[in-house]
Ligand binder design. Structure first.
Ligand SMILES: *Cc1c(COP(=O)(O)O)cnc(C)c1O
Length: 564
């Protein structure tokens, strides 16, 4: 391990997935992109962290979509050697009664302002291991529950041991979601009282000490979304001298619930938006769940044309995105519009290359791209096709869609088929295109190149959502259900628009969406006075991007979670 990384104590940031760069497919969606943005901001802010994740050699999957809208999944193998260096250290963990050896790759993340940060990608694909064990770190979110448990042992327990083996001094552990909660068990083993100090029936582990070292960020607002493992599986696969009765007290009596374990192992717990923290507090009575609202990395998610614009008018914006708050008065309207048209034309070009479909840059484009899964309701816009067509006949628009469904999410895959069928039905009236292979690069082009970013989740299931924040960095206003970050981000008519009644409970139905489109959003777009539209674009930048960025988020983690 290069000395530059180990001479100072660091924060260890544990995450099952991470979007390091587009060529490295070790992420599935928002959680991984957030992890990447966290690491990127930590680098820019010179906060000393070390990321621990899995190498996921076969990636999540590469998506193709056939003529019937069916998703085809291919392995997306990548070569760690091309982007990272193997470390000499090897550590072992007992899994399923066998000794499983774990190696690591060092990826060095380079910040947009010169900083460098180490990322360890754990790998069991070593000659020492059986062919079954070599696959533990191959497939992100693949396999069954037992496979998942093995991955989480490698991440949590293997990760802590690897950090020690390569010489890191860790001053704090941050669990990004519950997948890495087993790290708490490894720390408990490290901080065990000597036998003579433990009274019968009491825990032999120094749990207060472990809790002082750990923070936990939860991302899942429903119980069903939390990983849990039956104790007979735990005993078979993980058991290596842990006191199971002590673990049951921390992780649940019936199953080992990774979220419970993480909650009990952490002094600082947070949700990823204010509303999500409230939902989580209700779900976990007795725990103090703080709110640190997510953000996105300024440089990564800003299109070239806007980077140049901000560099010119607001130098320093990349380090202090608060400066974007001055956009309202310091950047000419025409310059904003030119930067937007440049990003839009790039998207139009990209869409043509990928799909052969020609979009017009003179007409508004609505964008919707995210993981395809039921609660995100990508079909809400298409609930009443006649109404949608009627709106488009008077005020024409185009729609671009994208997103992957998890290979075992039948509903999600069905949604893709449905959206592709709608695209065919609407042809001639509304151009709708579904782009395959949603990834970081496509997300960047889409969030920058459309005119309005749509978001229609079923509340309260969108913990935060981050793609709308990427849009804001490019002056693209959101039209969204009031859930997740948008509860904080929406200033009606100023930063974008809410779907549903802003004063009451967000009903978020299709009619409210159609009404808002027809009566507010499209008339403003087609208004002869373009400056009124541009002022909403400016509102998105000055009031959303200046705040919903990962620099602000990391400054809060640093002062409120890590400094305990
Ligand atoms: C930003 C991003 C996401 C997360 O978007 P949400 O709005 O949170 O659904 C998912 N996938 C990719 C590739 C992204 O870039």
């Amino acid at each position: 391990m290069p000395d530059e990384f180990i001479h100072e104590p660091r924060i260890a940031y544990f995450t099952m997935e991470i979007a390091l760069r587009n060529e490295i497919p070790t992420y599935a969606g928002g959680l991984g992109v957030l992890a990447g943005d966290t690491a990127r901001s930590a680098t820019d802010l010179e906060l000393q962290i070390v990321v621990v994740s899995l190498v996921s050699r076969s990636g999540y999957f590469r998506q193709e979509i056939d003529a019937n809208g069916r998703q085809l999944e291919r392995a997306e193998n990548w070569d760690p050697e091309k982007w990272s260096k193997p470390l000499n250290a090897k550590i072992a963990v007992p899994i399923d009664g066998r000794t499983v050896w774990i190696g690591a790759w060092l990826y060095v993340l380079e910040g947009s302002t010169g900083g460098r940060q180490p990322v360890l990608l754990l790998d069991t694909d070593l000659d020492e291991n059986s062919s079954e064990d070599r696959e533990i770190t191959h497939y992100l979110y693949g396999g069954d529950n037992a496979y998942r448990l093995k991955q989480e042992i490698v991440l949590g327990i293997g990760g802590v041991r690897m950090l020690q083996a390569v010489g890191f001094t860790i001053r704090h552990y941050h669990m990004n979601e519950g997948h890495s909660a087993l790290l708490g068990l490894e720390l408990m083993r490290r901080y065990t009282y000597s036998v003579e100090d433990v009274r019968p029936g009491e825990s032999p582990y120094d749990i207060p000490r472990v809790r002082d070292l750990c923070s936990f960020t939860t991302h899942t607002p429903v119980e069903a979304g939390h990983d849990r493992f039956p104790y007979d599986m735990i005993q078979r696969i993980l058991d290596n001298g842990f006191d199971i009765s002590a673990i049951k007290k921390l992780a649940g009596a019936d199953n080992l619930n990774m979220t419970r374990l993480a909650l009990n192992m952490s002094e600082y717990i947070n949700g990823v938006a204010k509303k999500h923290a409230e939902t989580s507090t209700a779900m976990f009575p007795g725990y103090k769940v703080h709110a640190i609202t997510n953000g996105v990395h300024p440089y990564t998610w800003t299109a070239e044309s806007f980077r140049k614009l901000y560099d010119h008018y607001l130098p320093g914006w990349c380090h202090e995105p608060q400066l974007l708050g001055r956009v309202d008065c310091c950047v000419p309207e025409a310059a904003i519009w030119r930067a937007h048209i440049e990003a839009k034309q790039q998207l139009v070009e990209k869409v043509r290359t990928i799909s052969g479909v020609s979009l017009s840059s003179d007409m508004p484009i609505f964008g919707f791209a995210r993981r395809m899964t039921a609660y995100k309701r990508p079909d809400l816009l298409f609930m009443d096709l006649e109404r949608l067509k009627e709106i488009a006949r008077k005020q024409p628009f185009q729609i671009v869609l994208a997103g992957k469904a998890h290979p075992r999410d039948g509903n999600g895959k069905h949604l893709i088929e449905l959206l592709c069928a709608h695209a065919r039905d609407l042809a001639g009236t509304i151009t709708v295109v579904y782009l395959p292979g949603y990834d970081m690069a496509l997300a960047q082009m889409l969030t920058a190149g459309v005119d309005v970013w749509l978001n229609t989740p079923l509340p309260p299931l969108e913990a935060s959502g981050t793609s709308g924040m990427k849009a804001a960095f490019n002056g693209v206003p959101n039209l969204s259900i009031l859930d997740g970050w948008w509860v904080e981000g929406c200033i009606e008519g100023v930063t974008g628009w809410a779907i549903g009644d802003i004063s009451g409970i967000p009903d978020g139905n299709a009619r409210a969406l159609y009404d808002k489109l027809e009566q507010v959003v499209l008339p403003l777009y087609f208004n002869n006075d373009k400056s009124r539209w541009i002022s909403v674009m400016k509102g998105a930048i000055s009031k959303n991007a200046s705040y919903f960025n990962s620099h602000r988020m990391m400054r809060r983690y640093a002062t409120e979670a890590y400094s305990r």
